[in-house]
Design a protein around this ligand. Structure first.
Ligand code: ARG
Length: 465
């Protein structure tokens, strides 16, 4: 067994050095170095508070702030050497500070533990990611609303069970996704708000006997306040789980959209043209243009859902308060952040370059008895109970199937054999445009309702005043 020669910041009670294998196994610096900016900002605010409390002198504070600023610059520039034997980002920075400025650096950790420190860093990182993802969601939503405006009035089949069901506007379909991503945005806003309470000052688990001012640190770091219970604070990862759950929901929405783009760009559907810039070819089949972007986004949903499962399982069964298990919280969260961010960014670009084949989509509404419900509703307005109307139309459809034609190809005479209430005016109802524009119910697909919805969304996103 090899022993590491390095002296630990916590090494006082140890007679022997740590096994090299243990250092490798326990280190998190390979990934938690991502938190350095927040660790440094948190340490500066903590030091300023300690100085106000008389725990640090003003010259010690100055040395700490200058030292931390230098370290931060070196990390920015990539010239800082991270040491795995120093475990994590907190100790890499603190040890370096002590080496540079001496005893003043060694006072920084007064009234603080890595347990509240890591919670602080992680929350500061995640609240920033909430804001970034909210912006990315806005980008995707702007693309949907732009498409909805561009294709307003164009009709396509709407599906249930992947069977042509009722005609809808392309814009209505686009705005369905706008609604999903708007809910995702509001979930991120909530999550950011809920997490924005400062953990610092809870120390290891029980608080501290040193005179501190948690509120001052919270304010300096833009928190809305401080957490209420020190034991809860150092063991809590709800905020990370909530965030990752929101990410999973976003990725699932992206995945459903991707599935539609894959289907729609197939020759069988031929509803959309995904720009060449966003497709790839085949190494063997020269004719191929593959929708790899949506396929990858769909595929990546496994990672994000997996990250959520990882966190849920991590916390299950953990006793209060901090346990080292919690160090395993970062990689899944970072992976979820990276996956969702890159997927949202590229989806927005793809949508900005997407073209609908409107003729082909309209053509697809001409078959499949897509206005059958409208015929049933027509009979309802002529006082036939809906269930009975359903049966009448079903029999008319069966007749058409046998004849090999659509409902509107039947004559009034033929139609009236199924119900004496059917008259000439039936053809208005059987037309696809008539069907769409009759759906004036709130949230429906008529031109009037969809135009209103587009206008509202444009205002909400600041596309128009
Ligand atoms: N690297 C640790 C983590 O991510 C920091 C906290 C360690 N605390 C401790 N008492 N070992 O959770």
């Amino acid at each position: 067994m090899t022993e590491s020669g390095s002296k630990k910041l916590w090494g006082g009670r140890f007679a022997e050095g740590t096994a090299a294998s243990v250092e490798t196994f326990t280190a998190s610096i390979q990934y938690d170095s991502r938190l350095y900016k927040y660790d440094i900002a948190g340490s500066k605010a903590h030091a300023a508070m300690l100085a106000d409390q008389g725990i640090l002198s003003s010259s010690e504070l100055e040395a700490i702030v200058t030292g931390l600023t230098e370290i931060g610059r070196e990390i920015d520039a990539g010239s800082f050497e991270f040491k795995p034997e120093l475990e994590d980002i907190h100790m890499n920075i603190e040890k370096e500070l002590v080496d540079r400025i001496g005893p003043a650096g060694a006072k920084l950790h007064s009234a603080r533990s890595r347990n509240d420190q890591v919670a602080l860093d992680f929350k500061m990182y995640l609240r920033e990611q909430c804001s970034r993802i909210i912006e990315l969601l806005d980008g995707v939503n702007r693309a949907f609303v732009t498409l909805a405006r561009e294709y307003l009035g164009h009709i396509m089949p709407g599906y249930t069970h992947m069977q042509r069901a009722q005609p809808v506007q392309i814009a209505h379909h686009m705005l369905a996704y706008y609604e999903m991503f708007t809910r995702d945005k509001s979930r991120m806003v909530d999550c950011r708000k809920r997490m924005n309470l400062s953990p610092l000052g809870c120390a290891a688990l029980a608080g501290t006997g040193l005179p501190i001012d948690r509120e001052q640190v919270a304010e300096a770091l833009d928190f809305d306040g401080v957490t209420a219970n020190s034991m809860d604070t150092v063991g809590d990862r709800d905020f990370a789980i909530e965030f990752t759950s929101n990410c999973a929901m976003i990725q699932l929405h992206l995945s459903r959209l991707s599935e539609e783009l894959v289907l729609w760009s197939s020759q069988e559907f031929s509803f959309v043209d995904i720009s060449d810039k966003f497709c790839t070819g085949s190494s063997i089949m020269p004719q191929k243009k593959n929708p790899d972007i949506p396929e990858l986004i769909r595929g990546k949903s496994g990672r994000v859902v997996g990250s959520l499962m990882c966190l849920l399982t991590l916390v299950k069964g953990l006793p209060l308060t901090y346990n080292r298990d919690l160090q395993e919280d970062k990689e899944p969260v970072f992976d979820a952040v990276d996956t969702v961010s890159s997927s949202l960014a590229i989806m927005a670009e793809l949508l900005e370059n997407l073209k609908f084949k409107t003729e082909r989509m309209a053509e697809a509404t001409k078959t499949g008895f897509i206005t059958a419900t409208d015929l049933a509703d027509y009979l309802v307005l002529k006082d036939i109970p809906f269930r009975e109307a359903h049966g009448i139309v079903g029999r008319a459809v069966a007749y058409c199937l046998e004849k090999g034609c659509e409902l509107e190809a039947l004559s009034v005479d033929e139609l009236s054999r199924f119900s004496g209430k059917i008259d000439r005016d039936v053809f208005e109802v059987l037309s696809v445009e008539g069907s769409v524009n009759s759906r004036l119910s709130t949230g429906g697909t008529s031109l009037q309702r969809v135009e209103e919805a587009v206008g509202k969304a444009e205002k909400f996103l600041g596309i128009v005043q």
